[in-house]
Ligand binder design. Structure first.
Ligand SMILES: *[C@@H]1O[C@H](CO)[C@@H](O)[C@H](O)[C@H]1NC(C)=O
Ligand SMILES: *[C@@H]1O[C@H](CO)[C@@H](O)[C@H](O)[C@H]1NC(C)=O
Ligand SMILES: *[C@@H]1O[C@H](CO)[C@@H](O)[C@H](O)[C@H]1NC(C)=O
Ligand SMILES: *[C@@H]1O[C@H](CO)[C@@H](O)[C@H](O)[C@H]1NC(C)=O
Ligand SMILES: *[C@@H]1O[C@H](CO)[C@@H](O)[C@H](O)[C@H]1NC(C)=O
Ligand SMILES: *[C@@H]1O[C@H](CO)[C@@H](O)[C@H](O)[C@H]1NC(C)=O
Ligand SMILES: *[C@@H]1O[C@H](CO)[C@@H](O)[C@H](O)[C@H]1NC(C)=O
Ligand SMILES: *[C@@H]1O[C@H](CO)[C@@H](O)[C@H](O)[C@H]1NC(C)=O
Ligand SMILES: *[C@@H]1O[C@H](CO)[C@@H](O)[C@H](O)[C@H]1NC(C)=O
Ligand SMILES: *[C@@H]1O[C@H](CO)[C@@H](O)[C@H](O)[C@H]1NC(C)=O
Ligand SMILES: *[C@@H]1O[C@H](CO)[C@@H](O)[C@H](O)[C@H]1NC(C)=O
Ligand SMILES: *[C@@H]1O[C@H](CO)[C@@H](O)[C@H](O)[C@H]1NC(C)=O
Length: 726
């Protein structure tokens, strides 16, 4: 795919009215959009557009430029080698970018400085000898640019480049404490670290860029993290879970903040993640804890700290922290710290707000932060003023969809989000939430998404017996839906379990893709779901097979009794991760008889295998304590909610997917399930990808995943006329 992707698509499909079903091929190969990053004056924004081709079996990626004055979208001249950038320098279009290649150091990257409006003239300013990323940069008082990048480091602190590493003769691995592996890799001596460097200006200014824009780099990178050690050493960003939002650089480049797991605790057992503050000119020896675990005045703040960000003047740091020390889904609370105080003065804002905000951005005047939080099946942006007291209840300033990024511009905010019916919308709003302008909606331009819209989706609330509150479920209609006809039910259970089906576009479990096979999709948000208050999220602890199961029964009965256009006698059920656990649980309960077939992706078959996982705090929390042999009696969640103990009741045809690189729920769970099903003579099929982890991400694998699962469920639901499910 060459240049002209965006403009070509816009030209071709403006006014297109033909409507087609969303196929797996179409969903996987449709354009994928990054979020729009505006320049400081809000004149234009840049975003990536990438596309996979099933013809060439290749991905291509390019940058698009959105003119925020005219709304025009055109190709930006920067090419695919620009992996990330930020606006910094004398003019509002001055730009510093990471070139993901390095001509001198194989496997390294490089930094270029130039002007976004003449990007071809950008100059190489730094050669970085390792694959670092996550660029942050700030102008210093002398006119230099201080920057941060992050990546793996050797135990001695030097940046790690796999291409130059010496391979040991044996591949053996030895561990003497818990946490040998995480997500999809075995842990090694190399840990993530934040590195700092300085781009020296050729023409010193005084708090300005001087007259020029020419910089040089002496090659010196300071590692601020690796040297901080006790029981373990510090690591930032945190492996797998973390990213560049784990650290930030003060706007004058004088100091940085980063988060690390608590170095005094066994890492797989606790989430505790304090923040460290370090002078830019210092080293890891100068790092001080901003919010030591359990320190006054907020002694119960001991869990994950996330998203630290300096205010525009640098006089405040906003961050979130959870209380629970072994619970990844506790409520995140907003804190504001003064980085210049001797003992960082910390203030909690809107501390009682019953939502769990995630990402944050500062308003330009430093008097408000905008936060994103899961809210009633969407992710909404809320604003929280510095004057907010503990009882303050923030107001949402967006409504539909799930933002993937939002940025402050002079007029308000530019938001890039997605919805069940659109892979990318880009729009602006005022700081108070008034809509300003909608610039882009992928369902209006991408042929694969033609005809999708909010009318494809609805929701209902139903009463259940596990919670006082009614619970929500999404309905997604198939292409050409006619409510006088009947469609088989696809009943989908989300993972987590602390998570939700939200109005967002996803390349996995894309609700509209399932619906367009010819189903009415019902996607319930039972006990454990996020966005309806912390009590609903927390209520699953110790209750895996009861509350959420009862809720699903109630949701299904609501559908059976209320939605005339749904044929529940031809229904199928499917879920991944916790949704896969629940599918296996359902298989042995009464509900298992209500479906024609079941699909488990990377689920749990037996709770005794819980300690095969990577992060042990998860089971310790959700099963009310660590596994122990004498505790395997009725009354213990490990015993009570073990799907395998109900396998005598299994009989429903069952499709099993389990990937080899899944170290969260290892493949033995899927093999056990398949072997049991086969032994019992229950129609079943097993799919496994040796190169995928807990998620199936590669386009070719994803196509096989969809094709095989749909072939199976469409046979059992009677949608296809195939003579066999295989
Ligand atoms: C895919 O891309 C790679 C690298 O960009 C190129 O070498 C290769 O020829 C491409 N393959 C096809 C089938 O286009
Ligand atoms: C990226 O770096 C390579 C050398 O590694 C160079 O050939 C290429 O022109 C650079 N591209 C950009 C956009 O800077
Ligand atoms: C750090 O360790 C690596 C791997 O042993 C080695 O290649 C590198 O030279 C060391 N760096 C320093 C500064 O000692
Ligand atoms: C920089 O400017 C400030 C006032 O803006 C002045 O006090 C200071 O002396 C200047 N420093 C240099 C090195 O010129
Ligand atoms: C190291 O960790 C232990 C707890 O395991 C703690 O008591 C001690 O104070 C820590 N030492 C330092 C220097 O942080
Ligand atoms: C891990 O945490 C659990 C409680 O959640 C505790 O019982 C266990 O002793 C801890 N293990 C270690 C090594 O700290
Ligand atoms: C805030 O959310 C409500 C639904 O809870 C919605 O009706 C309202 O439009 C949203 N406000 C804004 C400014 O989008
Ligand atoms: C959450 O549960 C606690 C304990 O049962 C109760 O006191 C509190 O009122 C509940 N909060 C909400 C918002 O329902
Ligand atoms: C709640 O409803 C479920 C599903 O109908 C049922 O199995 C369960 O026994 C009920 N629980 C209580 C306490 O009524
Ligand atoms: C579903 O609804 C049908 C028709 O109302 C009813 O006969 C059937 O018993 C219901 N199924 C269950 C499991 O409640
Ligand atoms: C084992 O687990 C049970 C139930 O969770 C608990 O009551 C008991 O104290 C535990 N025993 C040990 C030795 O940890
Ligand atoms: C299945 O057969 C029926 C009746 O012959 C036909 O109307 C329908 O289009 C066929 N469906 C598929 C998916 O081939």
């Amino acid at each position: 795919m060459g240049r002209g992707l965006v403009s070509c698509a816009l030209a071709l499909y403006a006014g297109l009215s033909s409507v087609t079903a969303l196929t797996p091929e179409g969903m996987i190969s449709a354009n994928r959009y990054g979020d729009a990053i505006p320049n400081p004056t809000g004149d234009f924004a840049l975003f990536t557009v990438s596309k996979y081709s099933f013809e060439t079996h290749n991905s291509s990626s390019k940058w698009a430029k959105l003119d925020l004055k005219t709304g025009d979208i055109s190709d930006w001249e920067g090419d695919e080698s620009i992996s990330e950038f930020l606006f910094i320098g004398p003019s509002p279009s001055s730009i510093l970018y990471v070139n993901g290649t390095n001509a001198e150091e194989d496997g390294g990257v490089s930094l270029y400085f130039g002007d976004a409006l003449a990007i071809g003239d950008a100059k190489l300013v730094a050669s970085i000898p390792a694959p670092l990323s996550g660029l942050k940069a700030a102008l210093t008082s002398s006119g230099d640019i201080n920057f941060l990048l992050s990546g793996l480091a050797y135990p001695n602190g030097t940046a790690y480049n796999e291409n130059f590493a010496t391979k040991p003769a044996s591949a053996g691995r030895i561990y003497t404490s818990i946490y040998p592996r995480l997500w999809d890799h075995w842990l090694t001596a190399q840990k993530y670290a934040v590195f700092g460097g300085t781009l020296k200006t050729a023409t010193p200014g005084n708090g300005t860029y001087g007259t020029g824009s020419s910089f040089s780099f002496d090659g010196k990178l300071t590692n601020y993290v690796t040297g901080i050690c006790n029981v373990t050493c510090a690591e930032s960003p945190i492996d797998t879970e973390g990213d560049a939002s784990d650290y930030d650089l003060a706007p004058d480049g004088s100091k940085l903040i980063f988060r690390s797991k608590d170095i005094d605790l066994p890492l797989s057992n606790y989430t505790s993640t304090p923040l460290y503050l370090v002078p830019f000119t210092g080293t890891s020896e100068d790092a001080v804890l901003l919010n030591p675990s359990g320190a006054p005045p907020y002694t119960d703040a001991e869990g994950y700290s996330t998203g630290p960000k300096f205010s525009p003047k640098g006089d405040k740091i906003a961050y979130f922290q959870q209380n629970g020390i072994n619970y990844e889904s506790d409520r995140r609370i907003l804190y504001i710290a003064n980085p210049d105080a001797k003992n960082a003065q910390i203030t909690k804002l809107a501390g009682k707000w019953d939502r769990s905000p995630a990402s944050l951005e500062w308003a330009e005047d430093g008097q408000t932060v905008f936060v994103q939080a899961s809210d009633l099946g969407r992710d909404r942006i809320f604003s929280i003023p510095m004057t907010a007291d503990n009882d303050f209840v923030p107001k949402n300033i967006t409504d539909e969809g799930t933002p993937s990024g939002f940025h402050v511009i002079p007029d308000g905010l530019i938001v890039s989000d997605s919805k069940i019916w659109s892979s990318r919308d880009i729009y602006t709003i005022s700081a108070a939430g008034e809509p300003l302008k909608t610039y882009f909606q992928s369902n209006k331009v991408d042929p694969e998404l033609a005809g999708l819209g909010p009318e494809d989706v609805s929701e209902f609330y139903y009463a259940t017996n596990s919670s006082e509150i009614k619970q929500q479920a999404w309905i997604v209609y198939p292409e050409g839906f006619d409510n006088t006809k009947k469609y088989p039910l696809a009943f989908l259970v989300h993972g987590g379990p602390q998570g939700s089906w939200a109005s967002s576009w996803s390349l996995r479990w894309n609700l509209k893709t399932w619906a367009d096979q010819g189903y009415v999709v019902v996607a319930p948000n039972p006990t454990a779901s996020t966005g309806w208050g912390q009590n609903l999220t927390d209520a699953i602890a110790g209750k895996w097979g009861s509350y959420p199961y009862w809720d699903l029964v109630h949701a299904w009965k609501y559908v059976n009794e209320t939605l005339d256009y749904v044929d529940t006698t031809r229904g199928i059920e499917a879920g991944a991760s916790f949704g896969g656990y629940m599918t296996n649980w359902i298989a042995g309960q009464e509900m298992g008889q209500w479906f024609k077939s079941l699909v488990t992706h990377d689920g749990v078959t037996q709770t005794l295998g819980a300690y095969n996982s990577d992060e042990l705090w998860f089971m310790n929390h959700d099963y009310l304590g660590p596994y122990n042999a004498s505790g395997m009696v009725p009354g213990s969640p490990y015993y009570d909610w073990n799907p395998l103990l109900y396998s005598d009741q299994w009989s429903t045809p069952h499709f099993v997917v389990h990937n080899e690189l899944d170290y969260r729920l290892p493949i033995s769970e899927g093999i056990l399930l398949f072997n049991m099903l086969q032994t019992k003579g229950i129609p079943s099929k097993f799919l496994s990808f040796p190169d995928e982890d807990h998620l199936t991400l590669k386009p070719e694998n994803s196509l096989v995943w969809h094709t095989e699962i749909f072939k199976w469920i469409n046979f059992y639901s009677g949608i296809s006329n195939a003579t066999s499910p295989f």
